[in-house]
Design a protein around this ligand. Sequence first.
Ligand code: NAD
Ligand code: UDP
Length: 325
Amino acid sequence: MKRVIITGAAGFLGSHLAKELVAKGCDVIGIDNLSTGLRANVRELEGKPNFRFVERDVTSIEPAIEPEFAGVTEIYHLASPASPKFYQASPLETIAANTLGTRNMLEVARCLQAKFLYASTSEVYGDADVHPQPEDYCGKINTWGPRACYYEAKRLGEVYCFEYYRIHQVRMRIARIFNTYSAGLRNDDGRVISNFLTQALNGEEITVYGDGQQTRCFCYVDDTVRGLQAMMESEAAEGQIFNIGNPADYTILEIAQLIKQMTASDSAITFCPLPADDPRQRCPSIEKAKQILGWEPKIDLEEGLRRTIAAYKRALAGETRDENG
Ligand code: NAD
Ligand code: UDP
């Protein structure tokens, strides 16, 4: 049975990946400090013999004295706040998770000779002036804005990966993940799909930041998680960066209108101030992932939203039943 470590296992992507790997029969060790993740996300896994939850901070992992990691052959390093709301509330912790935390997990990979996948982000491209963004685009960013703690830490995390690859031959690969969604996002996560759906279904105002003309691409979680696994399985992915995202782009106003229409909501759409450094356009080139991994997303936005809305409605109905006893 393959032994795998997932850091950030109680988070949105980590818990989804853990469920997939446990279902495939892998022996999964999920590490998380529960800063933005929820124990409830791994509750159903905790009863399974091939899943173990370890409440730890990746910045305090010491590979030399961690016998419980013996036999691990794959490490998915996902631990980091991901929502702008959360990483801007904890900038120093975000920097530490992606720099010291990444170095610690690379040390674990070196000691165990395990394959390593680092969850980086499309944010490393910043307010890009190239569209769509290919992996060799260097980005347009600054060191002083509110997003810098996240994308600069991710960039240094990538540098650590490349140095461990060059110096210690750690078999790393880097996923630059673009906006991913499903019902698994926390309602208070602050990212756009969870905000708009929660607002639309509760009859609250839908809060579009700025004029809503900024664009994003949205990948359904199943596609992203399949992309991460394809990267881990591919030898050709070693030492490489891949964009993992859905290249169909939408303005944020279009997203608000689509969600309002698909939920048949009476909510009004309101315009709020645009946060500082909010990228205007973001869209992945996925040619490299298609060619080398044979990966591309299969679930379009409407289908992904249909599934997400159905799950939100089931959760709301459950809450109502609970309230009524
Ligand atoms: P999330 O916040 O739901 O999950 C992150 C998890 O990491 C949480 O469970 C949190 O408690 C844990 N964590 C944070 N710091 C930690 C630390 N120091 N030690 C141990 N655990 C720690 O976020 P997510 O959306 O699941 O994102 C997972 C990863 O993917 C992150 O690295 C993120 O940067 C990256 N990513 C996600 C997206 C996306 O759209 N979801 C996009 C780009 C990149
Ligand atoms: N956004 C919005 N209203 C919200 C939340 C987000 O208009 O309630 C916008 C945000 O300004 C950004 C886009 O939606 O332009 C995506 O935001 P998110 O936080 O989901 O991810 P980002 O791509 O900015 O990291």
